[in-house]
Write a protein that binds this ligand. Sequence first.
Ligand SMILES: NC(=O)c1ccc[n+]([C@@H]2O[C@H](COP(=O)([O-])OP(=O)(O)OC[C@H]3O[C@@H](n4cnc5c(N)ncnc54)[C@H](O)[C@@H]3O)[C@@H](O)[C@H]2O)c1
Length: 468
Amino acid sequence: MQKKIRNICCIGAGYVGGPTMAVIAKYCEDIQVNVVDISIERIKEWNNPDTSKIPIYEPGLSEIIESVRGKNLHFSTDLEENISSADMIFISVNTPTKTKGKGSGKASDLKWVEASARQIAKFSKGQTIVVEKSTLPVKTAQTIKEILESYKYLDTNSPRTFEVLSNPEFLAEGSAINDLENPDRVLIGGNCKKAITCLEEIYLNWVSKEKIIKTNLWSSELSKLTANAFLSQRISSINSISALCEATGADIKEVSKAVGMDRRIGNKFLNSGPGFGGSCFKKDILNLIYICDHYGLKETSSYWEKVIEINDWQQKRIIDVVLDKLFGTITGKTIAILGFAFKANTNDTRESPAIKICEELIIEGAKLKIFDPKVNEIDIENCLYQLKSSPKSVIQSSFEVSNSISNAISDCDGIIVVTDWIQFSEINWVNHIASVRLPCWIFDTRSIINSKLAKESGFKIWTLGSSS
Ligand SMILES: NC(=O)c1ccc[n+]([C@@H]2O[C@H](COP(=O)([O-])OP(=O)(O)OC[C@H]3O[C@@H](n4cnc5c(N)ncnc54)[C@H](O)[C@@H]3O)[C@@H](O)[C@H]2O)c1
């Protein structure tokens, strides 16, 4: 008989674990959902009575938390208790790129996944379905299964069973709740029909059956890496053409539109910008490259390496333009950085293009005034203090975090629009020209500002992908 899922545990209360479990709790009132994390601080933030202070900013998330937290959604640091009472356990921990040892700089560091598998192996009871939610190298399910099986010798009177499924998450930060509530597809990979049906039944509470795809484990694991590789490739493709537009007099917005109207290509993900950021794209491509190398597929791995190269080059190219326009030197000049999150509608700064751009500007001796509507001062400091290219004392004295757009812009020689926050497209430039040092350049890396108004107000404008 099919098992009824009553208790879910999710290991990892991050950008995926938190929103994903909130949506499951919203649509499955009869399931208790417990999200656990080793970070006491993070769990404390998730339990903050003021839901505007939960650790992750996503449109619509705090409203869901408000309505289900304490009812059927709980955040806790008690892994043992919540794992032991769960019928289904999602592993949603971080899988960053390895920084040392074999595969350093490419392979995924799976130590948090392994630790989760060991915790499950130790504490779970009865029949448990383990679901990979993290993005993992193909064949990781085998590792998880081996760890789980190896602990079975501990079983005395009550034998336990484990089934491992792959259920990668395709949400995009900034639109996570909408993506979770209206997914393009839900992918479930596995070998056990019963376990697959249990997970499918959860999704059927709000997702239609035809959107749920079932595959074998390895196809599911590899599909997530491939999807992220394709998305990054589109960004690098359009960014490479943005440079050609600047050189030739073409306009990237016009080219994107003309190209995207071809139904075979489609119009999504064709905006040029300062390159992709976020915790996933780079690490997932690097992981794909590592796997290709492992299987001796050198041509495939070099193909994907280029996508990362173009991304790095795009950020470097922006700095070259800034230097060129500001008469070849920015030493002692003040530059406003508008936006620090890697994209709009999130407070996530991991791998944000803003970090690389700030790093290069600091090396050149600029003073930075940084404003982001959702990223707090401590997160900005943490990102910049990690940079190794300048001494910490230099970094400390090279930037300040501003509390408003006006504050950031005043007294500056140049303004770089890094993140596509809607607030930046609405800036009334007339109000700012008197407060800057002239001539003042705006470097619009997202093509979002009202450049006509800015020009008429007296600013000089450089727009990425445009020669004008
Ligand atoms: N962020 C995204 O947009 C996104 C989208 C799709 C998939 N993913 C994938 O999902 C996974 C998680 O990503 P994220 O952005 O949520 O990461 P995150 O760093 O925001 O969260 C991971 C959480 O796991 C916790 N953790 C680590 N080891 C643990 C353990 N042994 N026990 C309990 N808690 C533990 C950490 O403390 C952290 O809070 C990654 O594999 C990522 O590639 C991320």
